[in-house]
Design a protein around this ligand. Structure first.
Ligand code: FPP
Length: 251
């Protein structure tokens, strides 16, 4: 593990990592346990991955904790997931403070139970001046919903003559996304063997490297993260340029 970490190049770290944490249910099922047992163990992975990112110097970590589609799960599972969120926030506030981690959220938070909204607002307020790592939880988040929301906001500004259609560009769109304060995603990870994006940060991953692993989320720990980052560092990111142009830039 020490070797793994030592091999990571500090100068080529992904600035923003986004993760689709998938496979909690299957992990629990393989152990003959209820799905929520998987979510509970998933929280331990969340903690390790946050710690791992902070340790090596990743600046932004965004986790897909609850999608707009997840509301369709059995009522009891939704309720337990929300309770798990509240208890984790309560338990981890101290660690976030000690490690200088700032909490942020994206999604339609007003759909969450009041208790969860209150707890989130409290932790966001208390960690707002932290600056080592920005941890963003995507909650009741869907990328298409986010884009629809941007279109509504911009249309309103155009109708109210606060904005001219000619002024609309990528930067303006970026500034109206829930992720307005975050940089583009450099590296997106999905666990559990599914090779889909599932409506997560569609705009923001335009140039991201994608990484799919069969490991189920509750088994995805620091070592797995470091291995993924090492693979990221072996890829060449060209942003539409040729290899020769990139080599020249790096000279
Ligand atoms: C995907 O596994 C996981 C989720 C939908 C929820 C993720 C939530 C946590 C890890 C815990 C709470 C989070 C925080 C930030 C405290 P799945 O249920 O889709 O698994 P399956 O595909 O095997 O059924």
């Amino acid at each position: 593990m020490k070797d793994l970490k030592a091999n990571i190049l500090k100068s080529a770290l992904p600035n923003h990592i986004a993760i689709i944490m998938d496979g909690n249910g299957r992990w629990a099922k393989s152990k003959g346990k209820p799905r929520i047992f998987g979510h509970k163990n998933g929280v331990t992975s969340v903690k390790e991955i946050i710690e791992g990112c902070a340790e090596i110097g990743v600046n932004y970590l965004t986790l897909y904790a609850f999608s707009t589609e997840n509301w369709n799960r059995p009522k009891l599972e939704v309720k337990t997931l929300m309770a798990l969120l509240v208890s984790s926030l309560k338990k981890e506030l101290k660690t976030l403070q000690e490690n200088n981690i700032k909490l942020n959220t994206i999604g339609t938070l007003y759909n969450l139970p009041e208790k969860a909204q209150k707890e989130l607002a409290d932790v966001i307020e208390k960690t707002k001046n932290n600056n080592r790592l920005t941890l963003t939880l995507a909650l009741s988040y869907g990328s298409r919903e986010e884009i629809v929301n941007v279109i509504k906001k911009l249309s309103k500004k155009v109708v109210n003559k606060q904005l001219d259609i000619k002024e609309i560009n990528e930067k303006i769109i970026n500034n109206h996304l829930y992720t307005f304060s975050l940089p583009d995603v450099d590296f997106m990870i999905r666990t559990s063997g599914e090779k889909r994006i599932s409506n997560f940060l569609l705009w923001q991953i335009a140039y991201a490297e994608l990484y799919f692993t069969n490991t189920l989320w509750p088994d995805f720990r620091k070592e797995n993260l470091f291995n993924a980052i090492l693979e990221y560092q072996n890829r060449e990111r060209r942003f539409g340029k040729t290899s020769e142009q990139i080599e020249k830039l790096n000279e």
